[in-house]
Write a protein that binds this ligand. Sequence first.
Ligand SMILES: CC(C)(COP(=O)(O)OP(=O)(O)OC[C@H]1O[C@@H](n2cnc3c(N)ncnc32)[C@H](O)[C@@H]1OP(=O)(O)O)[C@@H](O)C(=O)NCCC(=O)NCCS
Length: 163
Amino acid sequence: MTHVDLRPFDDDDADAVFEMMRDPDAGAQAAFTADDPSDRAAFDAWLERHRADDRVLMLVVTDDGGFAGTAAAFTVDGDREVTLWITRNAQGRGVASAALRLLVAREAERPLYARVAADNAASIAVLAKNGFSEIRRQRAYAPARGEEIDELVFALPPTLDGI
Ligand SMILES: CC(C)(COP(=O)(O)OP(=O)(O)OC[C@H]1O[C@@H](n2cnc3c(N)ncnc32)[C@H](O)[C@@H]1OP(=O)(O)O)[C@@H](O)C(=O)NCCC(=O)NCCS
């Protein structure tokens, strides 16, 4: 069993995140990506904007200390959302599930929301394992697919004891 952790994003992480997010298979899975994930200038501008925004929590996921992806929380129209992206060679062994558990523990706000492509089965499994449930299905434009697709909105409700 490897050790999964979250740490603050560092300038030196930018190259690894860019490479991870321009992987075409991962992009097709995530669906809701940048218009052109191989546009480095657009990526750098996106990164700078998010790092300067105090409503955005951007973290690096580590697996036994090495870069394994990103975990983020951000606010859209007053709703607090979370998202994860795990690099290809770290996938399939519980890293996202452990990272989301850590992210949920850091983010006090409830409900906490997440949006996924309806056919992103791995992402849906990770959310379900962490107590999220589907609350809505809607159509949304997915740049990586070049068309509107079904998007599922998940929510993590407050626990019964209010914690
Ligand atoms: C989705 C993603 C975060 C999952 O990361 P991961 O570290 O591989 O996830 P985990 O290993 O913790 O869990 C994956 C779960 O999905 C399940 N799974 C994987 N592929 C599946 C499939 N095609 N159908 C059904 N379940 C699937 C696994 O069995 C596992 O569940 P289990 O632990 O109960 O067996 C990763 O694939 C990723 O980053 N993809 C690219 C970007 C993306 O889609 N991000 C999410 C955007 S919202």
